[in-house]
Design a protein around this ligand. Sequence first.
Ligand code: SF4
Length: 324
Amino acid sequence: MSEQTNYALEIENLFVEYHVDKEVVHALNGISLKLKKGETVGLVGETGAGKTTTGLSILRLIPSPPGVVRGKILVKGEDISTLSEKQMETIRGNVVSMIFQDPMTSLNPTKTVNDQIAEVIRLHEKIGKKEAAVKAGDMLEMVGIPRDRGGEYPHQFSGGMKQRVVIAMALACSPEILIADEPTTALDVTIQAQVLDMIRELKKKYDMSMIMITHDLGIVAEICDTVAIVYAGSIVEYGTLEDIFNRTAHPYTVGLFGSLPNMDDRTQRLKPIQGLMPDPTNLPEGCPFSPRCPQATEECRTRKPALRNIGGEHVVACHLFKEG
Ligand code: SF4
């Protein structure tokens, strides 16, 4: 690995396009993000904003073709775009790991859960079958599943248990960076809380840095240190949890909070954000949020705002805000 850095991960000006038929899907449009060691950053936005694409790019799992990736991704200071596929295999799982959204599609229905976890361990560590099986049992216990259930198949587990198995697989090789892609979306609310608590504890135990991909601001408030609000493949606001919750700046972030029910005032009507995210094959010329923004001006429709620092770590891409 290259020189010492305080950052577990640095993303610089990341663009991802998919060239399909004669169209170009602009999935990511210049995302830059830094994740400090031990920190949790939330990537927040609607479906299709580019959150999962960011996670897949970090693991270099964007299929090419049709995907075209530009920009830099540094993992512990090392640019992963220059690594061979063989070198990437040592990064995936060992250094960076991802919990995928849907446990049903992340597990192989034809193999026992113990075998699946052991397989991941043996891919990364030079150990025998027996030792890997014992370690897989340890991982099951760590996520709260008795090791004697390791011989069962995924269909014999409930949704929450399956997600625990997926988490055990993601953590089997003690990664330094964990990308959790909506890890609780497919679960019941009561199980969601348990799984979130478990992720938080394991993160602390292993001193991991984490990217929490979610559309749920409640999860962000519970688990994140910093937050990046993503819209149409760009970060439109970034700041500490305090910045985003107490000094909300971007009209899109204001809209996200306005869409949440207010428990203190149940007579207040929800204010959903009108309209839909723009078509990624035909993004607006100016600010991508301008077709939905209640404060849009002529300038917004013709000139894309750059990210500006509005105090501390708080940055926002909106013409309403000036630097400082
Ligand atoms: Fe709204 Fe204009 Fe700000 Fe975009 S730049 S969020 S359209 S005010």
